[in-house]
Design a protein around this ligand. Structure first.
Ligand code: WQD
Length: 338
């Protein structure tokens, strides 16, 4: 199948491109490099071992997107094209609503014009907000978002639900990611946050390599095993394979379906620090500081539905996640910048 990866130069998109190309799909990547680098595309080509069409464009630019569909005629779209920094979304809400909703609405319009009926959307466990119980099932309450980034993911899920109801030809799969970490085993691609990392694993990696002095642990007074936040960390390659399964599912079904992509295992911040140190033989100095506003205590998936309906489960271990994160970081101390 020919698959367009909208926003495919980013962390999740680049890893997904490799996994679906390995399965024989023809890939097309479009990205505006607002949160990624051209070097990532070069690295994907190296890993895949063959060329593929790449378009530098804003997915919300309807004329340019039409030209891509005219030339490539994709049969499915995986939609990664959105801003994704929680803290930044609080400071720049309008830019987040404008970008994340416009890319989605423009994609839906152009897909319709070009008879492309399969859409996989990169959603997030953030739509659950603070869960009533863990592990979290797809049927849990959603829409209790705590930041504009989360609201855009929730709003897009609502938009796609309405689109699938109105257009019986449309097949939509919503993938609610938990906490993606790690990197491709080659160490050629990985997470390349700009500036100070918001997320835990890239921050740990930068402390380990000496780019940051010390990890600040945001609170140790949560009602969890050791007082620090618990999350469902999932290897980005496992996550990428979830998209491959979602493509098969979308091709075989109409309507909309939602799936959690998580390991169903929760690890605390201190678990992650310890695992990273042991897996890589490095030290990660840390200090306990105040809670980060908006953080929740615990969040991890019930991934039963993904296993039963998608035929997918996460296989990589916490050691794999830590080793592959470190392999990427130590080989690329400045990310994709030389
Ligand atoms: C994980 C844990 C922090 C940094 C967010 C988004 C989610 C997705 C993943 C985009 C928490 C603690 C972190 C640090 C720390 N993003 N922490 N010190 O907040 O669970 O999820 O990122 O798709 O949608 O909501 O991830 O990695 O920021 O935090 O103690 O320097 O690590 O308090 O307990 P989070 P995170």
């Amino acid at each position: 199948m020919k698959v367009l990866l909208a926003g495919g130069a980013g962390y999740i998109g680049s890893h997904t491109a490799i996994e679906i190309a390995k399965l024989g799909h023809d890939i097309v990547i479009a990205d505006d490099f607002s949160n990624s680098k051209p070097e990532a595309i070069n690295r994907v080509r190296t890993i895949i071992g063959k060329d593929f069409p790449f378009y530098e464009l804003d997915i919300a630019d309807k004329e340019k997107l039409r030209a891509l569909f005219e030339a490539e005629k994709p049969e499915a779209v995986i939609h990664f094209a959105g801003y994704k920094a929680v803290g930044e979304s609080v400071a720049k809400p309008i830019a987040y609503y404008r970008n994340n909703l416009d890319t989605t609405l423009t994609l839906l319009e152009v897909m319709k014009e070009y008879d492309c009926h399969n859409l996989i959307f990169s959603s997030s466990a953030t739509v659950y907000g603070a869960p009533d119980e863990v592990p979290i099932k797809e049927t849990a309450v959603v829409g209790r978002c705590t930041n504009p980034y989360g609201w855009t993911k929730y709003m897009i899920e609502v938009i796609l639900d309405g689109a699938a109801f109105a257009d019986k030809e449309l097949s939509v799969v919503l993938l609610r990611y938990f906490n993606p970490v790690g990197a491709h085993e080659s160490g050629l691609i990985g997470e390349d946050p700009q500036g100070i990392p918001n997320n835990l694993m890239p921050f740990i990696s930068q402390v380990a390599i000496g780019k940051r002095e010390c990890l600040s642990v945001f609170g140790n007074d949560y009602d969890t095993k050791d007082g620090t936040g618990v999350r469902d960390y999932i290897h980005v390659v496992d996550l990428a394979n979830g998209h491959a399964c979602a493509l098969n599912y979308a091709a075989a079904h109409k309507g909309i379906e939602v799936f959690n992509l998580g390991t169903s295992i929760g690890y605390s911040v201190l678990d992650m620090v310890k695992a990273f140190e042991e897996a890589n033989g490095v030290k990660v100095p840390y200090k306990i500081v105040d809670r980060r506003p908006g953080d929740i205590a615990e969040c991890y998936a019930d991934a039963t539905k993904s296993r039963e309906l998608l035929g997918w489960k996460a296989n990589k271990t916490l050691v794999d996640m830590c080793r592959d994160s470190w392999n990427w970081q130590s080989k690329n101390p400045n990310g994709y910048d030389a």
